[in-house]
Design a protein around this ligand. Structure first.
Ligand SMILES: [Zn+2]
Length: 72
């Protein structure tokens, strides 16, 4: 499962120990005003990236985020 479409471009093009980042959601999910903040971690280099999704975007991706967010 590739979540790169949810990550901001500047995160995707930053340096990774591998060819490129492979971001997976963590279980760190926080609701803020009108937005859901989901923390992603690159499984190659452990880089953390917080992604702010609108409630609608989150709803669309909720199932896969929760499914993969359980992987530690
Ligand atoms: Zn990486």
């Amino acid at each position: 499962m590739n979540f790169n479409h949810l990550l901001p471009r500047n995160e995707l093009i930053s340096k990774c120990v591998a060819d490129k980042h492979y971001f997976l959601p963590t279980s760190h999910i926080e609701a803020t005003l009108g937005y859901i903040a989901v923390r992603f971690r690159c499984k190659n280099c452990n880089r953390l990236a917080t992604v702010f999704l609108s409630e609608e975007e989150y709803r669309i991706n909720e199932n896969i985020i929760k499914k993969f967010g359980e992987i530690k």
